[in-house]
Design a protein around this ligand. Structure first.
Ligand SMILES: [Zn+2]
Ligand SMILES: [Zn+2]
Length: 305
């Protein structure tokens, strides 16, 4: 094992949600499924896996197990902490709608209170502008007590050059769980999203062994989330950059960061803060309806056709 890295806001949040089953369970709980049978029917999941993931969500404080007096039926319900994953889930759903063109791709049918099918995008709470990935600066600050070990890191997001054409369109059909469901891929992706483009720097940022970094970079490329650019030959040196679909993962990342900062403050050593360069203010990213611009909250949406 390599050295353990300081846990950041996003990293701590990913330890909880970066598992495809966990994400699907949370999605179903939000959609109103609350019983063991409901979850196992909907997900076609093995009982052992369902139990492990529910136990994890309960231990993490996102779900409670409730049983009414005199009744057999147990209900799994989201806690306040679990409910606040809603904007993250909606950002993940939006990403899926934009980038996953597979006909079998399944997204929950949410409608916004304005009556339209929900499509949403991130906006800055302070200035009200839409959040563009190249306008975001991510800043990792060591929390008091840990600053002796970890220097504060600051990365400016560097936008990749626009892709030429859409030649590898066939590759751009990743499922959101393909990315978020595998923590090492997510860690490498997080580096790319911070404008860390060189192999050794990615390795340093993630703390992963070189072989793991290479295999995850290949995976990111296969998923259409990034590409490689040779900037020197003999020996070959490459820059790794996020694709448009990869850059779009920033809205999910911002939601997880905000959630992690609020709810996982006790388990993190690095607090990640985003700055919105356009207005210079700390960025609180709010998901807003693409139709009426109203904020997307659990109470402002309904589920069904
Ligand atoms: Zn702003
Ligand atoms: Zn709306």
């Amino acid at each position: 094992m390599g050295r353990s890295r300081a846990q950041s806001s996003v990293g701590a949040a990913l330890d909880i949600v970066a598992d495809q089953w966990t994400l699907l369970i949370i999605r179903d709980l939000f959609a109103g499924v609350s019983t063991w049978k409901g979850l196992s029917d909907s997900l076609a999941i093995s009982p052992a896996t369902l139990k492990r993931r529910l136990d994890l969500l309960i231990a993490a404080g996102c779900v409670t197990r409730n049983q009414e007096a005199g009744k057999k039926q147990v209900r799994y319900e989201l806690t306040a902490q679990g409910f606040e994953l809603f904007p993250f889930l909606m950002a993940a759903r939006e990403w899926q709608l934009r980038w996953d063109a597979r006909p079998e791709a399944r997204v929950t049918n949410w409608h916004h209170s304005c009556g339209e099918v929900l499509r949403c995008a991130p906006f800055c709470r302070s200035c009200g502008e839409a959040v563009r990935s190249d306008e975001v600066v991510l800043d990792d600050k060591a929390l008091p007590g840990n600053d002796a070990v970890i220097p504060a890191q600051r990365y400016r997001y560097v936008s990749a050059k626009p892709e030429q054409g859409n030649s590898n369109h066939a590759a751009q059909r990743p499922k959101v769980v393909d990315v978020l469901g595998e923590s090492r891929t997510t860690a490498v992706m997080a580096a790319l999203l911070r404008g860390i483009h060189r192999f050794d720097a990615i390795q340093q940022f993630t703390g992963l062994p070189p072989a793991t970094v290479s295999s995850r970079l290949r995976r990111i490329q296969l998923l259409g989330l990034g590409h490689t650019r040779l900037y020197q030959e003999n020996p070959d040196r490459a820059l790794y950059q996020p694709s448009a679909a990869g850059r779009d993962l920033l809205s999910l990342s911002l939601q997880l960061m905000q959630w992690g900062n609020k709810w996982l403050a006790n388990s993190i050593q690095l607090r990640t803060q985003a700055i919105h360069r356009s207005c210079g203010q700390p960025l609180e990213s709010v998901m807003r309806c693409g139709h009426c611009h109203g904020e997307v909250t659990y109470s402002s949406v309904s589920n069904g056709s």
